[in-house]
Design a protein around this ligand. Structure first.
Ligand SMILES: [Ca+2]
Ligand SMILES: [Ca+2]
Length: 453
């Protein structure tokens, strides 16, 4: 325990005395003359003596009830700083007052840790609402989060505004502040969970999304979830607002796709720290973190090169085959996933990719052929390259590498005459369950006439 004598108000000692000792009996001119002389003298005196480092320090009111009810939630600190200095504002709990002397505890709480502040002719004004830098409280137990800023408990505190110049001149002004009815319930975050921990935002249908869950222990003013990489840039993660009202106590879910579904490039590959940060109405802040690895990120883009398709025929007899050849280019920085059947596969015209056992796969790219009067969208589909030739295997899936090209061929044996004849056949490049880019839809239509033998 420390004993400190507190000057409750610090009147700067070097102000010139007022010439108010003069009486009415003196002639008026003498009074004015004396006042002028005294004024000049005191100005000269003031010029010789440097002004104090801190001046005009006030803190008002000296009792606050920081509970965000709008009544006496804040106290106003004002001061003049006459020279550049490192300035801090801290509070020390008062354990008892004995004969006008304060017995203070050992703890020191910083509202403003030491930091450089510039001299100014104008006063500095700061509002303090009982929240200081994060500290441990004996009642905490094991917390799932880090407390960045925390409300002081109710009680009497000694405050100290301290300034120190680079030359070593110091000045401290102290006083007392009472805190009552403080809202000390922390805006805690429990059950912070990130799944999966490795994530590839590239719309290939495999680990394209991350789900983040957390439980907020209190209604808050702000809840932010974001990624931060080594460059320090923050990537905001939007909340899935279907579960709980934003900022409300309870369960919150975030579904993150790297921004790719909204058309943005996802963050580059790397290891990121994922943050969830809550701030309540009185200004207390807590944070939890975890790591998230992004790999093979990128907006997938592939094209049929030049929109060119080489068709084998434009007239044929039933049971002849119609074949095509085209080149696919991966024009992106990410691997593009595909699936079979592989190029060279022959379809009968009454078959489709499902009857061959190759169902639609979310996120896979396939070359496809469609025709007028077809019953389903692009019934004939092929992989965008040959496994082990154009394609590389990653975790059991086949991918066309970034910037790679592949030649794709396929054939359809026409086994019956379509209802419309002659008719168009055309090619496409489909990103299954995602989109068909306009440039990849209805490419190089071929007008085909079919004859019965
Ligand atoms: Ca209040
Ligand atoms: Ca992926």
């Amino acid at each position: 325990m420390t004993t400190i004598k507190i000057p409750m108000y610090t009147q700067t000692p070097d102000l010139p005395a007022e010439p108010n000792a003069l009486t009415e009996r003196r002639p008026r001119y003498l009074l004015v003359g004396l006042a002028l002389i005294l004024g000049v003298l005191s100005a000269a005196l003031a010029a010789c003596q440097p002004r104090p480092l801190l001046e005009g320090v006030t803190l008002s009111p000296t009792l606050i009830t920081p509970n965000a009810d709008g009544e006496a939630d804040l106290t106003r600190i004002e001061f003049y700083l006459n020279r550049n200095a490192i300035v801090s504002f801290r509070l020390i709990p008062v354990e008892s007052v004995v004969g006008g002397e304060l017995l203070t505890g050992e703890e020191v709480y910083y509202f403003r840790p030491p930091r450089p502040v510039s001299a100014s002719d104008d006063p500095y004004t700061v509002y303090f609402g009982g929240v200081v830098e994060g500290y441990d409280h004996p009642s905490d137990g094991q917390l799932d989060y880090t407390v960045l800023n925390r409300m002081l408990s109710d009680g009497l505190y000694m405050w100290e505004l301290h300034a120190e110049t680079r030359e070593g001149e110091t000045k401290a002004v102290t006083g007392t502040l009472t805190i009552q009815d403080a809202d000390t319930a922390l805006p805690g975050i429990r059950g912070f969970n990130v799944h999966p921990r490795i994530f590839s935002p590239n719309q290939d249908g495999i680990n394209d999304r991350v789900t983040i869950n957390l439980v907020l222990e209190k209604d808050v003013e702000e809840l932010r979830v974001y990624l931060k990489g080594v460059d320090g840039f923050e990537h905001h993660i939007p909340e899935d607002e279907r579960t709980t009202r934003p900022n409300a106590k309870g369960w919150h879910t975030y579904d993150y796709d790297g921004g790719i579904d909204a058309g943005s490039e996802p963050p580059p590959d790397g290891v990121y720290t994922i943050y969830a940060e809550a701030r309540d109405a009185v200004g207390q802040r807590v944070v939890v973190t975890d790591t998230l690895t992004i790999e093979n990120a990128g907006m997938p883009r592939a094209y049929i090169v030049n929109g060119e398709v080489e068709w084998s025929v434009n007239t044929l007899v039933i049971s002849d085959t119609l074949c095509f050849t085209l080149t696919v280019e991966n024009d992106s920085q990410t691997y593009i996933r595909t699936t079979g059947p592989w190029p060279g596969t022959l379809y009968e015209s009454d078959q489709n990719h499902n009857t061959l056992g190759w169902h639609q796969e979310s996120g896979a790219f396939r070359v496809a052929v469609d025709f007028d009067t077809s019953m389903r969208n692009y019934p004939f589909r092929w992989g965008i390259g040959q496994p082990g030739v154009d394609l590389v295997e990653v975790d059991g899936y086949w991918y066309l590498p970034p910037q790679a090209r592949s030649l794709v061929t396929g054939c359809i044996r026409i086994v019956d005459v379509p209802v419309r004849n002659p008719l168009y056949y055309w090619a496409g490049l489909i990103h299954e369950d995602v989109r068909i880019a306009p440039v990849n839809n209805r490419v190089a239509p071929n007008f085909v006439e079919i004859w019965e033998p």
